[in-house]
Design a binder for this molecule. Structure first.
Ligand SMILES: *Cc1c(COP(=O)(O)O)cnc(C)c1O
Length: 373
């Protein structure tokens, strides 16, 4: 029950266990093409946007967005909600960007007004934000941030590694430019794929860059390959992770299986995550445990970041494990000794038995810790 890598569905596991394909095998070409098409639906991106499937992790997807969109010397505003926003800011600095951060106390998120102010301070090329920060369980209001950036004609990049597939994100309707993730979080696959969709505007920005990204993460190297696969033609630039692509088709199809209309299917998927999140939050309330996010509105549906009871510390994670469930310790550098994290995204949301088992293990460990004080 950690916030990634997750337990995968039986279908994904069976697909991942099949004989590895060649990158140009006709059935692999079909799996890649179908996955690219499915990504447009899961991301709620239009036909103008371009999905990319590349071997790597979420950090590589972040690197791709950074290097393909931002030129050295450009100003970028980072909405900082924790550990992974810090990572984005550092990456942008290494790209030579002039990074301005809008931060809040851990557990809180800057409001759209504060972000608008920062965008207006100096000419700015892009806004970067973490949709759900896995270190705090805080979800930013992505729609409001997109509005603020759109009004100013600035590009937006959202790190959706702990959100994509589990939280509402309307890439086309909100006019977002990059939404990126990794296979092992809310998408529900084994680790190893960097997945992102870039808007037409984002690709235009890449074409205008005079200092190109490293070759392996250059959108313009990958674009003809993605186009070919979507047209069901084999292509090669660098070898894809064929076993994971084979499983990706299955995983994305499962996400979209709730309805024949992909829009309704995503609504159902997001609603199912919200419902499970409510179940967990009710359990934390019952145990009189506080969340790290300072309000319900900021609390993600994909994971809970929960403060330890008074007088109890990280030993609780071990006590929960002794009861058969693995949860994660804190991650935010300022308060990691004071809370633990429970992932509730991906296939597990369809398994009430596992959810109840997790809640029972945490409840029992908390009660035992309190009675031992
Ligand atoms: C896990 C995570 C990352 C990093 O992804 P890796 O696959 O570990 O490289 C980045 N951002 C967020 C929000 C994450 O949760």
């Amino acid at each position: 029950m950690i916030p990634g890598p997750l337990e995968v569905s039986d279908g994904v596991r069976a697909a991942a266990a099949e004989v590895p394909r060649r990158h140009v095998a006709p059935d692999l070409v079909e799996a890649m093409g179908a996955s690219l098409e499915a990504m447009r639906h899961v991301w709620r991106a239009g036909n103008e946007a371009q999905p990319f499937i590349v071997a790597g992790s979420g950090t590589l997807a972040m690197e791709m967005a950074t290097w393909n969109l931002v030129a050295p010397g450009e100003r970028v505003v980072v909405v900082n909600t924790g550990f992974f926003s810090d990572r984005a800011a550092e990456m942008l600095r290494r790209r030579g960007a002039n990074v301005a951060q809008v931060s809040a106390e851990p557990g809180d998120a800057p409001g759209a007004d504060a972000v608008a102010q920062a965008l207006d301070d100096h000419p700015t090329a892009a806004l970067f934000a973490t949709h759900v920060d896995t270190s705090t369980g805080v979800r930013v209001d992505a729609e409001a941030l997109c509005r603020v950036a759109s009004e100013r004609d600035m590009l937006t990049v959202f790190d959706g590694v702990c959100a994509t597939g589990g939280e509402r994100f309307e890439m086309e309707a909100w006019n977002a430019d990059v939404y990126l993730t990794a296979s092992q979080k809310a998408i529900g696959l084994p680790a190893g794929l960097a997945l992102l969709v870039a808007s037409a505007r984002a690709l235009k920005r890449r074409r205008a860059l005079t200092s190109p990204p490293p070759m392996a993460i250059d959108w313009l190297e990958w674009l003809p390959v993605m186009t070919a696969y979507e047209e069901r033609r084999p292509a090669y630039f660098a070898t894809p992770a064929t076993t994971l692509v084979w499983a990706l088709r299955t995983g994305l199809a499962e996400i979209l299986s709730a309805d024949t209309d992909p829009a309704t299917a995503m609504d159902a998927r997001v609603a199912a995550h919200a419902e499970v999140a409510q179940t967990f939050r009710a359990a934390w309330r019952e145990l009189e445990l506080d969340l790290v996010p300072v309000s319900e509105a900021l609390a993600a549906n994909t994971l809970s970041a929960v403060r330890y009871p008074d007088g109890v510390g990280q030993e609780l994670v071990g006590a929960i494990k002794e009861r058969g469930v693995v949860v994660a310790p804190g991650l935010h550098p300022q308060l990691k000794e004071r809370y633990f994290r429970v992932g509730h995204m991906g296939d597990v949301i369809t398994r009430p038995t596992d959810i109840n088992r997790c809640i029972a293990a945490v409840s029992d460990a908390v009660r035992a810790a309190r009675s031992g004080l």
